[in-house]
Design a protein around this ligand. Structure first.
Ligand code: HEM
Length: 350
């Protein structure tokens, strides 16, 4: 095993939680609980000017690009806690038909409802992943919270009933020592509970390089915005462990859940290769198309547990930036896929 492969193995090991899935359950070490769905994507009228990839060519609503979708809770706990504050993920596969050799072509886009990542390099990612290993978690006294505020530290939220361990203690200690992790860690720990998977914004976080139909290359970041707006549960709402999949299923019976794909265009001075740094909200943003989430997949083994997405699965017209965290994800997701026995993506060219 070479150093790179060894590093991917270490990263996947570092994601394990004491309450995570058993090895024989063959589940993901993070984003463990999720639901698979299907839908379609229609590119906007201007998308092809900015990106010549297949999914951004003009399509009519009658002939959209088919997509596979998996929504997930970010946690690697094997216990479903939809009602606890947590990151949420939306992974999309665009099915782009066959190439000249008859081989299926697809592009993946992995997104989460936090606009930046916790660490700028692969070494920091490993250190952060080790730091957030869940530890004993208990309510802090009002006095402790007050002294934390005086030290300009963010006080911890109270534990949920039954929450005895958490990544929050380790994450807070890490963020207090590493400035780059502060924004994401404190946003993550206060992110809350979505009203619905369909009412969250999702960000691809890394920079990608798109080539337009005139050959112009642009450094961009993608985000999905729910067309009916972002909505979280209130703190006073009852805590339910399992409601997000059911809510999505009922919602889709009344029509698709839609998201607009927005593409922010980087400008001089933007940190292109640092996914721990968000770009200014003032960046020019182009509307690239509409995603319709249409149906919960009938076979959740095949279309949820057995799927394997990869953020580096791109097609001609989209290139990876030099973000080192993006590059380390390619091999890490492969190691994770192999460990859980998920089949190689039929669209993979590697
Ligand atoms: C180096 C940083 C990261 C590491 C090491 C990492 C690791 C992983 C691993 C091992 C999995 C399970 C893969 C599988 O078994 O199929 C996973 C899933 C996932 N990750 Fe990451 N991740 C990283 C960064 C990110 C970022 C920046 C995002 C969001 C933009 C993200 C979003 C997701 C999503 C949505 C899933 C679930 C995919 C699915 O539904 O199958 N991850 N991650």
């Amino acid at each position: 095993m070479n150093d790179e492969s060894n590093f991917y193995e270490q990263l996947v090991d570092a994601l394990k939680r004491p309450d995570g899935p058993a090895k024989e359950d063959k589940k993901r070490p993070v984003h463990t609980i999720g639901i698979g769905a299907s839908g379609s994507f229609v590119a906007s009228d201007v998308a092809s000017q900015f990106c010549k990839a297949g999914h951004f060519q003009r399509t009519s609503a009658k002939d959209p690009v088919p997509v596979t979708i998996r929504f997930s809770n970010g946690s690697g706990s094997a216990t479903q806690r939809d009602g606890w504050s947590d990151l949420r993920g939306m992974a999309i596969r665009f099915h782009l038909g066959k190439d000249g050799k008859g081989q299926e072509v697809a592009a993946d886009m992995l997104t989460m409802n936090l606009p930046e990542f916790f660490a700028p390099t692969k070494e920091d990612t490993l250190a952060f992943s080790l730091a957030v290993y869940p530890q004993r978690y208990q309510r802090e006294s009002p006095w402790k919270k007050f002294t934390q505020l005086l030290k300009l530290q963010v006080p911890r939220r109270n534990p949920y009933p039954g929450e005895t361990i958490s990544p929050i203690p380790g994450g807070t200690t890490y963020a207090n020592k590493h400035e780059f992790a502060q924004l994401s860690v404190f946003q993550d720990f206060a992110i809350g509970v979505p009203f619905s998977f369909a009412r969250q914004p999702y960000h691809a976080v890394h920079t990608f390089v798109v080539t337009g139909d005139d050959g112009t290359r642009r450094w961009v970041r993608f985000s999905w915005e729910p067309t009916i707006g972002v909505l979280n549960k209130k703190d006073s709402d009852p805590i339910e462990d399992d409601f997000l999949s059911g809510e999505l299923g009922r919602r889709l019976q009344n029509g698709p859940a839609k998201f607009s794909l927005m593409m922010a265009i980087g400008e001089a001075g933007d940190d292109l290769n640092n996914c721990a740094r968000a770009w200014s909200f003032h960046r020019r943003r182009v509307f690239m198309g509409t995603l319709s989430v249409e149906k919960i997949a009938e076979d959740q083994w095949l279309n949820n547990e057995h799927l394997s997405f990869n953020p580096c699965r791109v097609v001609e017209g989209i290139d990876l930036s030099d973000d080192p965290v993006l590059h380390v994800r390619r091999g890490t997701y492969e190691v994770s896929r192999l460990r859980r026995g998920a089949p190689l993506c039929p669209f993979s060219r590697s």
